[in-house]
Ligand binder design. Sequence first.
Ligand code: CP
Length: 332
Amino acid sequence: MRHLLSASDLDRDTAVRILDTATEMAATQGREIKKLPTLRGRTVVNLFFEDSTRTRISFETAAKRLSADVINFAAKGSSVSKGESLKDTALTLQAMGADAVVIRHHASGAPHLLASSGWLAGAVVNAGDGTHQHPTQALLDAFTLRRHLVAAGDAGLGRDLAGLHVAIVGDVLHSRVARSNVDLLHTLGARVTLVAPPTLLPVGVEAWACATSYHLDEVIAEGRPDAIMMLRVQRERMGAGVPANGAPVATGFFPSPLEYTRAYGLDARRLAMLPEHAIVMHPGPMNRGLEISADAADSPRAVIVEQVANGVAVRMAVLYLLLAGGPKEENA
Ligand code: CP
């Protein structure tokens, strides 16, 4: 693996190898001393052109736990705000000796451009590009699913997600998380049903490796999903703005927030309809009261905080597999 740009680039064996490596990384994180010397002498740059809490912090934590040097670059406060291009930013990072660049960008395809341009010699990791892909989110979701639902005794080592049914609900149209998860879950043998209003399903979704439905109650009652993954309603991509108090606002994509919640929100009633073993997932950040109620988000079935913790182990695995084993490690 030279870069990690898209969940669709991962075949089953590579994906399982990342999940197995993440399991080993997670085991080291229970120790008193969490730091491993593996990436000593390597430099990881977190290049974030778009806001992030979980992804940015967990990549930084992952790189530091592997003893890499970490440079955090946010577009706000950098020369990007003076008009500097992605190319010149990349050339600057190359001059500083970046071994890996973790990039989040509002433009779909920006990580691919960085990886294929020749501006950088190091590995490129996509930390979310536009509405396109977020492969490490899909990996941490698969890791969480495997931990809860596959061969609990041995943490599912060597295993995929064959036979599981995952319902992904909400704003699929704007969701790189949904796209990445459909790709990876299919590769790992799981069955996916996307549930959304017609306005929030992308054109061409029929060609994706999943089923679709407009009816959440029906999918829960008849589909009996092993996991339900609620998606954030991405108001900032709907031209609706986000009020400072975070209150639900009307958009052109559904009649009203209340009607969206009634049709597609996960609340106590729908939570009670899920199979007993089913888990509740959300990539975060959540719009509490819109796509998920406090009852559901804080219920014992919710693994949302655990998803964040698993993100560190998964990102340690990705950085390790991309960077370890090269000349600098041999010289260390
Ligand atoms: N899930 C996710 O990507 O969250 P952040 O935007 O906080 O990184």
